[in-house]
Design a protein around this ligand. Structure first.
Ligand SMILES: Nc1ncnc2c1ncn2[C@@H]1O[C@H](COP(=O)(O)OP(=O)(O)OP(=O)(O)O)[C@@H](O)[C@H]1O
Length: 249
């Protein structure tokens, strides 16, 4: 994916300014930054969602198919899957999980082995349960399984571990990494947690005030931060990165 000069606003107020970003087929990009920096807005723009933020400029090219994000009814190409931050935004609360899984399977055709995916993500068969009868963490993992059922080439994760305890979070992200390698998809992950980005991402983009203030290979951003905000984020930490072990800063 290549994003060129993307800007967006909510109710006339700018929330993204001149975003330029590339994600390669084998990348795991972490978008890091404080609350309100625009991380979720950027992720939503990537997948073509035009609410609440409306893109006002820019183009996005995915897999060689450029699409203008500003046009009305701008259609995004297939091949992307999005897992929202809150499971409440992913499920119909009044339908059994089993029914929701079956609907998706029907729509996609039998592209993935659902039982194997559930097993990989340490989930039982949902049986007759409704969404509220599963913990938020289980719901979030089920949304991830459902995103992977469509065999995406790009998986977009918004705060994927926010509902998970640290042990489960590590296991889930490890599985995502394994599946990404096995099935050949790229990952874009929004997170507050720079340690998480350091552990899994190959590239890191740091956002502040709707702008990307720094982006590059994870090891470079973590060891040689060029901007004051990035320096503040990474100072006095010992990071384990996907590329290097024990990068001492
Ligand atoms: N529904 C909304 N209505 C009005 N403003 C919004 C809405 N959603 C987001 N914003 C504003 O857009 C800006 C970017 O928000 P966004 O959620 O993208 O930030 P974020 O970096 O993902 O934050 P967080 O880490 O807290 O989720 C913020 O200033 C936020 O207040």
């Amino acid at each position: 994916m290549k994003i060129d000069a993307l800007s967006a606003e909510i109710g006339g107020r700018g929330v993204l300014y001149d975003i330029n970003l590339e994600v390669g087929p084998d990348d795991w990009l972490a978008i890091v930054g404080g609350s309100g920096a625009g991380k979720s807005t950027l992720l939503r723009a990537m997948i073509g969602l035009r609410r609440p933020a409306v893109p006002t400029a820019g183009t996005i090219d995915f897999d060689g198919t450029p699409y203008t994000v500003t046009g009305r009814g701008a259609a995004r190409p297939g091949g992307m899957a999005f897992v929202p931050q809150s499971p409440a935004h992913g499920f119909d609360p009044l339908r059994r999980l089993r029914w929701q899984l079956a609907q998706l399977q029907r729509r996609l055709g039998a592209r993935s082995d659902v039982a194997a995916l559930l097993d990989t993500l340490a989930l039982p068969d949902p049986g007759p349960r409704y969404p509220h009868q599963w913990s938020r963490g289980m719901q979030q993992r089920l949304l991830l399984a459902m995103a992977l059922m469509g065999d995406p080439r790009l998986l977009l994760l918004d705060e994927p571990t926010s509902a998970l305890d640290p042990v489960v979070a590590a296991r889930v992200l490890q599985e995502v990494g394994r599946l990404a390698e096995q099935r050949g998809f790229a990952v874009v992950m929004v997170t507050h947690d720079l340690a998480l980005a350091a552990r899994y991402a190959t590239r890191i983009a740091i956002m502040e005030g709707g702008r990307i203030v720094e982006a590059g290979p994870a090891a470079a951003v973590l060891t040689r931060p060029a901007t004051p905000y990035a320096r503040e984020l990474v100072t006095h930490r010992h990071w384990h990165t996907a590329e290097t072990q024990h990068v001492a800063v």
